[in-house]
Ligand binder design. Structure first.
Ligand SMILES: NC(=O)c1ccc[n+]([C@@H]2O[C@H](COP(=O)([O-])OP(=O)(O)OC[C@H]3O[C@@H](n4cnc5c(N)ncnc54)[C@H](O)[C@@H]3O)[C@@H](O)[C@H]2O)c1
Length: 339
């Protein structure tokens, strides 16, 4: 599987998908699947979800319609959605996406309820952020049809998707998910061997650890580090990843710097005091206006809205420069030359 242009092989209308768990991510994943044309059965495992899920999904669909992500109205797309508390309603689904809270024992209970109603051919996936898939799949009756499907919030606008194979996952299921996800407007990454944190979280946490080290040891302020991130990696990362970046800017220089810099990078094992203090004093970030920065309630709301607005903008740029942008340009050039 490469970055080559993928044609959708299947008709999403023929593939019923179940989304189990209707919090933040369950709602945005449901939105993405509806826009891709799937019939979706969304299971609300806790009664509160029955009240909040539909208005949330409707709002996502409305914004997506206004932004041109779909030419179908929310009313049209909602006709394909069935929200239920009854697991029996997902018995015919070909794919299940579990998005319940990050707790192994709760997820295990949910898998038992899913497996009690679906066929052995149904592919079951988890949106877990950090629990190894090899551990989760051992909590199921048919581990080979179990894989990780790691989305990024807000799932209806982001292009990111990690498809993760656990030790016991079947390769054909991974291949099927990889192809299917092109219908969801994703640029998927396949994690061929399970590893804690998968790919992006491992990369990002290495950076978070270094950021804490620099602040806690007085090398730079939080504001300065955020500014550097925005204006250095933030400038190129939507076009290329770290390896293409080194190719673009000259590989030997990285080789030289690594020799000197790697031994000085932080490898602390403990959670940094800076984040520990915030969490112990109840700070949640934008959610309660208390994090690494302090916010007025109005500012916190405006950051949330700005992030959402930016999601639509950066998506346009990402679509303009897909991973195979140069391959596409070369193919176009070849066609022009043949005319
Ligand atoms: N929030 C993110 O940015 C993000 C990103 C990637 C992956 N994830 C992962 O996605 C999953 C869901 O995260 P979220 O942010 O949507 O969380 P959330 O708190 O918004 O929603 C959690 C949902 O879990 C379900 N739930 C709660 N208690 C339950 C119980 N006792 N039994 C069964 N179900 C219960 C409910 O449907 C609830 O709405 C987690 O595994 C999380 O790690 C989150």
């Amino acid at each position: 599987m490469t970055d080559s242009i993928k044609e959708p092989l299947v008709n999403p209308a023929d593939i019923a998908v179940a989304v189990v768990g209707l919090g933040l991510m369950g709602c945005s994943i449901t939105t993405c699947l509806l826009m891709a044309g799937h019939p979706v059965i969304a299971v609300a495992p806790i009664p509160g979800d029955m009240l909040t899920a539909c208005p949330r999904i409707r709002e996502h669909l409305k914004k997506s319609f206004e932004e041109g992500l779909t030419d179908k109205t929310p009313e049209d797309l909602l006709k394909r959605l069935h929200i239920t508390e009854n697991y029996e309603d997902i018995s015919h689904c070909t794919l299940v996406i579990e998005c319940t809270i990050e707790d192994i024992s709760i997820k295990k209970t949910v898998y038992a309820k899913i497996e009690a109603v679906v066929s052995n051919q149904t592919v079951i996936t988890s949106n877990t952020s950090a629990i190894p898939i090899s551990i989760l799949q051992r909590e199921t009756g048919v581990p080979e049809r179990f894989l990780g499907l790691h989305w990024a919030e807000p799932s209806h606008t982001t292009r990111f998707l990690e498809i993760i194979c656990g030790d016991l996952s079947g390769a054909t299921h991974a291949e099927w998910l990889y192809q299917l996800s092109h219908n969801w407007n994703k640029e998927p990454t396949l994690v061929r061997k399970d590893i804690r944190g998968f790919i992006t979280n491992r990369l990002m946490y290495a950076m978070y650890r270094e950021a804490f080290y620099l602040v806690e040891n007085g090398f730079a302020t939080i504001e300065d580090i955020d500014r550097a991130c925005r204006n250095n990696p933030g400038y190129w990362m939507t076009l290329v990843g770290v390896f293409r970046w080194m190719d673009l800017t000259g590989v030997p220089a990285y080789h030289t710097v690594m020799k000197e810099l790697f031994p000085t990078l932080n490898n602390e094992m403990e959670v940094p005091k800076l984040i520990d203090d915030i969490v112990k004093s109840g700070g949640k970030g934008i959610a309660n206006a208390k994090g690494f920065y302090d916010y007025t309630p109005e500012e916190a709301l405006m950051w949330r809205e700005t992030f959402e607005e930016f999601g639509f903008e950066i998506r346009k740029l990402a679509l303009k420069y897909p991973a195979d942008v140069v391959q596409r340009k070369l193919e176009e050039k070849k066609k022009e030359e043949e005319l």
